[in-house]
Design a protein around this ligand. Structure first.
Ligand code: ZN
Ligand code: ZN
Length: 430
């Protein structure tokens, strides 16, 4: 895209998120607004998931979700696609379940070269059959599946009717930026409100905090991804995604003059037939709770961009209230469960020294630097069903995380507790 148009797009995008350091807000269902629970990262037999998309939609619907976004790898759910009934990721098990749930008119089969094939349903067919106005919404998305050398660079687009092919680039940052620019310019051209988010930065430890922090026009990433191989909690040399989140926001606000980045929780579901907790990329592990007036893709994307949501792997909140002076959280408490509420942020004047994570200069470029403990410090920690954090005026931003005393019933990493991630806010100047 020509440089000038790109700049215009950047200014436009920066405006979308500039609310974050402005208004007071209270997130709670009023009747006019309500919480919508949704998953923004889903794979089906259209790419490498092991179930039929309509079965996946039924699963989310029956679990009480309000919306689900189909994000297969570099493909939209449309056009004519036939697959062998047995030779696919779901095999006979998936087909038998499909045939039991849907009538024979819905399940289209044919025999080719002596083998039974089934036709994959299109997004519009599934939507017509299963979506319920204001109750359950399906959204067409895509996981733009790109990479740099052997490093995966994946970005989910929520709400697109056009396929966005991976555009590649000469560095990790360029790969991210090229694909984001294309998604933004498509949104500008079509007026279709789509949202791009960066997936699982620690998958293959492909993306460092320094790379992600500098991307322009991309203000969302997965702080929690339910796939068991994406290393959300990092390792001895690589920081967790939540540590990366603090590094990214500290540098974006203090050094790069870029807007806050928000953190999503998603399933990245691929495995729909497992029964053992923790086994494979099962659905139902991480989701967003979006406060919106109506259940449409436009309203959901607008609410997400306005920070009117939180992410969860099991903890539910009743309200989040932000004023000039404080953040107040109220958790939906459960019997025999306690909640720890941590407010986390970075203060102005923080120690900004960094050092390489390893002494090997080649390797260290591919690992997030080490930052001082001033970055993403726990500002306040309490136990209970609610908490108030009073701004002192010296915070760059403040976010909160609520951790339940209950273990995740089906964790992506053993020992995970149920959590909720409240989005960062920039306190108003006093
Ligand atoms: Zn991915
Ligand atoms: Zn994925």
């Amino acid at each position: 895209m020509p440089h000038r148009i790109f700049l215009l797009v950047v200014v436009f995008l920066a405006n979308i998120v500039s609310h974050a350091d402005a208004d007071n807000f209270k997130l709670h269902a009023t009747g006019e607004t309500q919480w919508y629970r949704g998953n923004m990262h889903t794979h089906s037999l259209w790419s490498d998931g092991d179930d039929y998309p309509e079965m996946i939609a039924v699963w989310y619907k029956e679990q009480g979700y309000s919306f689900n976004v189909f994000t297969d790898h570099n493909v939209l759910l449309r056009g004519e696609r036939w697959i062998d009934v047995e030779k696919n990721k779901g095999g006979k098990i998936a087909f038998d379940k499909l045939a039991a749930k849907f009538d024979s008119q819905w399940v289209q089969t044919r025999t080719e070269d002596g083998r039974l094939q089934v036709r994959l349903k299109n997004f519009d067919q599934i939507f017509d059959r299963l979506a319920v106005p204001q109750k359950f919404l399906l959204i067409q998305g895509e996981e733009i599946t790109d990479g740099y050398r052997n490093m995966p660079v994946h970005m989910c687009v929520t709400n697109t009717t056009e396929l966005l092919p991976p555009l590649h680039g000469k560095s990790i940052v360029e790969v991210m930026q090229q694909n984001i620019n294309a998604a933004i310019s498509r949104r500008e051209r079509t007026g279709e409100k789509s949202l791009v988010h960066l997936n699982h930065p620690n998958f293959h430890y492909a993306i460092t905090a320094e790379q992600l922090m500098q991307v322009i026009g991309e203000n969302f990433f997965e702080v929690y991804n339910g796939h068991p191989t994406v290393n959300d909690s990092g390792d001895n040399t690589h920081p967790s995604t939540s540590r990366m989140w603090d590094i990214i926001n500290t540098w974006r606000l203090a050094k790069l003059d870029l807007p806050l980045m928000y953190g999503l929780a998603t399933d990245d579901g691929h495995a729909y037939h497992r029964t053992k907790p923790g086994d494979g990329a099962q659905p139902g592990r991480g989701w967003v709770m979006v406060l919106a007036k109506t259940l449409t893709p436009d309203a959901l994307v607008s609410a997400l961009e306005a920070g009117q949501f939180y992410s969860s792997s099991g903890v539910t909140l009743n309200s989040i209230s932000v004023t000039n002076r404080s953040i107040t959280l109220a958790v939906a408490t459960e019997a025999e469960t306690t909640h720890r509420i941590d407010f986390i942020g970075t203060r102005k004047g923080f120690d900004d020294t960094t050092s390489p994570a390893t002494e090997d200069p080649q390797k260290s470029k591919r690992i997030t630097l080490q930052y001082s403990d001033d970055v993403g410090v726990v500002l306040q920690s309490t136990t209970g069903g609610s908490a108030v954090y009073q701004f002192t005026g010296d915070e760059l931003y403040v976010r909160a995380v609520v951790t339940s005393s209950r273990l995740h019933p089906n964790p992506s990493e053993p020992g995970d507790f149920q959590q909720a991630w409240i989005q960062p806010v920039v306190p108003n100047s006093p």
